[in-house]
Design a protein. Sequence first.
Length: 163
Amino acid sequence: MHAVARQDLSIKTRDLPLTTPIWHAGTVDLAAITANGAATMPGFLGIEFIEAGPDWLTARMPVNARVHQPFGRLHGGASVVLAETVASVGASLAVDNSHSVAVGMEINANHIRPARDGFVYATGRCESRGRTSQVWTVRIVDGEDKLVCLSRVTMAVISNERK
């Protein structure tokens, strides 16, 4: 799924045509998504969107002192930020933003294995896309593709008037 060559981790800047996309616009501009979060939490943590498929997105986050807990391991809260970022962006891309917006409603995370350095990769996949809610599963793995965290995020789809 996120078979990005680990040697070439540059952001893919082209629009990716998708065969059966859930994306409202039909294409995903990964560089624009990353740039959109530059001045907010995703930018502070170094989150970059690197790959997309018909119903999934992958982002990476560096594991360094900024996201460590005091014992030198990836902080669970940083994993949750990464998971919610991927699910929120995916949900937003899957709705018509001229009428609706997707907002976080619930998140859970199981922290399976520690990460100390390198990058972690979060792939979010839409499991259910309804009129008023979406459910996303986000798998976070390390550079060796070992599971670090498994998260489920429920997004509410609300009218733009309620923002």
